[in-house]
Design a protein around this ligand. Structure first.
Ligand code: NAD
Ligand code: MG
Length: 397
């Protein structure tokens, strides 16, 4: 067993917290190199006192100064800004990077870790959706090891043969089935969806997560992003990726083989399972997750997703079919729309409308390099913000 030196990008978030919990159970295996957060200075200072990283990274110089004051006397170097995120993701001492920043902000540090040949534990699905081709090329070229943290993709990975090498050609796979809980609005009256509040949308029945992914789970854009994520991670087209609603969130996803065998991964819905799996892979370690009690569970049920209720899922499939930078446009528009919804500036049902308008109007092009991707991301955000203002005016009149 080789000791790993770990950077956690997004340490103050939901995935960051679960990762720290698993790491704390295995001090002999893991050492923490860097913890990063956007703002949450008080929380990051507490984590630094508890875990003793060598580096802490925040967004702004002012926050860095405040954090430095809070950590006076401790041997933690405080840094700030995007270059510092890339530095702690790629420093030679680091073996393992947990990529758990939410949204497009995670792209560049994720790429830095991939290019530096790290063991990359990918939670930040938006990075792969925005720039899948570039990201997967960086992984292949550097010989990095990419392990999925998203519970569905981790389940698929666990259900594939050991010979899997980022492509399903030789694995005998007929299709991948991603399960989805259906979120809090699975049976909510369709005509009342326009009036749901951010707190209602964030009240996920099975998982406790950050607010952005919680809204994405309610709209099922999360599953749409995951379909795109799966197509890059497993090298498979949209036609072989199916989505199935499974409200109990016990089966985390499945792989169907040509001979009719279906292999699934099951467990309690707790992100510490995929995190522990990826941290220790190919070993197995204790994660703190309790045993699955199928007798108590008694029933597992399944439904087909209704695209009228979940238009974002259809939009994600359309973006994947569109190819090029269409998924970048989808992701950027969704991030802007969800942020506006969480701030009270857009109705829930208008999230899908903003994304649809944006996909129809912003041309994706080919993702040749990071600057092309970031330019498309910027153009899509600008269009989406203008659309959000238009929808806001319509609501006011
Ligand atoms: P969260 O909102 O709880 O935490 C996000 C983290 O990213 C925080 O530490 C925050 O400080 C940091 N961050 C946010 N914006 C930033 C910026 N501009 N620059 C630098 N850092 C920034 O989110 P989460 O629920 O932990 O999700 C993190 C990622 O993992 C997302 O991409 C999400 O889709 C994915 N994911 C989460 C879960 C889950 O159960 N929470 C499951 C699967 C995948
Ligand atoms: Mg998931």
């Amino acid at each position: 067993m080789q000791r790993q030196t770990v950077t956690i990008l997004g340490a103050t978030g939901s995935i960051g917290g679960s990762t720290l919990d698993v790491l704390s159970r295995h001090p002999e295996r893991f050492e923490i190199y860097a913890l990063t957060a956007r703002r949450q200075i008080g929380k990051l200072a507490d984590l630094c006192r508890r875990c003793g990283p060598r580096y802490a990274v925040v967004e702004s110089p002012a926050d860095a100064e405040e954090l430095q004051t809070l950590l006076a006397g401790l041997p933690v170097t405080v840094l700030c800004g995007p270059e510092s995120l890339a530095y702690v993701a790629s420093a030679p001492e680091v073996t393992t990077v947990m990529a758990a920043i939410v949204g497009a902000a995670g792209l560049e540090p994720c790429l830095a870790a991939a290019r530096a040949g790290k063991r990359v534990l990918l939670a930040n699905k938006e990075a792969l959706v925005m720039a899948g081709d570039l990201f997967m090329s960086a992984i292949r070229d550097s010989g990095a090891v990419l392990l999925p943290i998203d519970s569905e993709h981790n389940a698929v990975f666990q259900s594939l043969p050991d010979s899997f090498d980022y492509g399903l050609q030789h694995c005998g796979v007929r299709k991948i089935v991603l399960t989805a809980s259906g979120g809090p609005f699975r049976h909510f009256p369709l005509e009342r969806l326009c009036d749901v509040t951010p707190d209602q949308a964030c009240a996920h029945p099975n998982w406790v997560m950050g607010r952005k992914i919680s809204v994405d789970s309610a709209t099922m854009m999360n599953k749409g992003l995951e379909v795109i994520e799966a197509s890059w991670l497993f090298g498979v087209g949209a036609e072989r990726i199916e989505v199935l609603i499974h409200p109990e969130s016990v089966i985390h996803s499945m792989v169907e083989y040509y001979d009719g065998s279906v292999i699934a991964q099951l467990g309690n819905p707790d992100m510490r399972t995929p995190i522990a799996h990826a941290l220790a892979y190919p070993d197995r370690i204790v994660s703190g997750v309790s045993s699955l009690d199928l007798v108590k569970q008694a029933k597992l049920s399944f439904e087909e997703p209704d695209l009228r209720r979940f238009p974002c899922l259809g939009l994600a499939y359309a973006a994947l079919h569109g190819g090029g930078c269409a998924p970048t446009v989808l992701n950027a528009a969704n991030e802007e729309a969800v942020a506006a919804f969480l701030e009270g500036g857009l109705r829930y049902s208008e999230i899908a409308s903003v994304v649809e308008d944006c996909l129809a109007s912003v041309t994706g092009g080919v993702a040749e390099d990071v600057s092309t991707v970031l330019a498309v991301d910027g153009a899509a955000r600008e269009f989406a913000r203008a659309a959000i203002v238009r929808y806001g005016r319509k609501t006011a009149t």
